[in-house]
Design a protein around this ligand. Structure first.
Ligand SMILES: *[C@@H]1O[C@H](CO)[C@@H](O)[C@H](O)[C@H]1NC(C)=O
Ligand SMILES: *[C@@H]1O[C@H](CO)[C@@H](O)[C@H](O)[C@H]1NC(C)=O
Ligand SMILES: *[C@@H]1O[C@H](CO)[C@@H](O)[C@H](O)[C@H]1NC(C)=O
Ligand SMILES: *[C@@H]1O[C@H](CO)[C@@H](O)[C@H](O)[C@H]1NC(C)=O
Length: 302
């Protein structure tokens, strides 16, 4: 018996040591947001300096099913290479910056190995003379839901990307209806994070103090095969969505205690336009339960 206890005692000590080490050098990832689409958003650097988020997804890379991918950051830039400095700044502050794949364009197929190579060389750890974000090395890729007529082979794309080198992968599925491209990649289990849109969908949304629909939808997602860390996507204001806004107090007192009891709980994605960004500071302390899931997070972070 004593012989068996010793190694586990050592393992726990080591885990605690690593935990304190990583807590001091890296922020535990529990709040995520997007940047690049709203005209009212501040700069990427502003978002990182707010320290409201540990993950920022740059939105969007478009037209990738046409064979001519194009970075489209709305009015923020045409030549976006100046963002290299801002991305470096964010990463130096422990914030991960990912690239989100938006509207694939009018093609109907993607060549997964060609696209993986493009993403690796032009945005991730590879090299190319054409790097839309300069020499910044992004931390990962986010898959979005798209027109169901398109076959995007996200499952193959994820496998190819993971073969190139360190890259974090995530998906942002709508909560209720399935999306075959996202389903295929979630099923692989290769995604580090799945952040689910719990808004604009009355089959999942919170409404009128009723948490039943929302909690059933959460349980369905958290018991699904292939989920590593699951995030609840919420809007910061009623104006941004047709349904599903959750007041901060209700999120803190009713929703978080429930979803944090799932071992898959990763955190909260806040869909916001940054002109106010008042939601996240209110919920952040509760969304980021120290130590929770930190070991499963460490597996993906190192
Ligand atoms: C970016 O996408 C928007 C919306 O689809 C479009 O109106 C705009 O022309 C695009 N900008 C560029 C530079 O392609
Ligand atoms: C995908 O692109 C690669 C080149 O990057 C090519 O060798 C391969 O034949 C293409 N596959 C298909 C199915 O078109
Ligand atoms: C990016 O790196 C390449 C190769 O190291 C270098 O030639 C190029 O000047 C760099 N570009 C910028 C914008 O720093
Ligand atoms: C951005 O947020 C502000 C404050 O919450 C809101 O008044 C405004 O309508 C929003 N803009 C958009 C485009 O949703």
């Amino acid at each position: 018996m004593a012989g068996n206890l010793r190694p586990s005692f050592l393992a726990i000590t080591l885990a605690l040591f690593m935990l304190s080490f990583f807590k001091s050098s890296l922020a535990y990832p529990c709040t995520v947001t997007y940047w690049g689409q709203y005209d009212t958003a501040g700069s990427l650097q502003d978002i990182c300096n707010s320290h409201n988020y540990e993950y920022v997804n740059i939105a969007y890379l478009k037209n990738y099913a046409t064979g001519s991918p194009k970075l489209n950051l709305s009015i923020h830039c045409l030549d976006c290479s100046y963002l290299e400095v801002e991305i470096d700044h964010c990463q130096e502050n422990g914030i991960k910056v990912l690239l989100s794949l938006g509207d694939p364009g009018h093609g109907t197929q993607t060549n997964a190995s060609k696209l993986a190579k493009y993403l690796w060389n032009n945005f991730l750890g590879g090299e190319s003379s054409d790097r839309p974000l300069g020499n910044a090395t992004l931390d990962g890729i986010v898959f979005e839901d798209v027109n169901p007529g398109t076959v995007l082979k996200f499952d193959e794309l994820a496998k190819e990307l993971k073969n190139y080198g360190p890259v974090q992968l995530a998906a942002f599925p709508p909560c209720g209806e399935g999306d075959r491209n996202l389903d295929s990649v979630i099923d692989t289990g290769l995604l580090d994070y799945v952040w689910v849109k719990f808004y604009d969908d009355t089959s999942c949304d919170y409404s009128n103090n009723n948490i039943d629909i929302l909690s059933n939808a959460w349980l369905t997602w958290s018991s699904r095969t292939g989920i590593n860390l699951l995030f609840m996507g919420v809007p910061e204001s009623e104006q941004l969505v047709s349904s599903g806004y959750i007041p901060p107090d209700f999120l803190i007192n009713e929703v978080l205690p429930f979803i944090q009891s799932s071992p898959q709980y990763g955190g909260i994605l806040v869909w916001h336009n940054f002109s106010s960004d008042s939601y996240t500071p209110q919920i952040k302390g509760s969304a980021c339960k120290e130590g929770k899931n930190i070991l499963s997070w460490l597996k993906t972070a190192i």
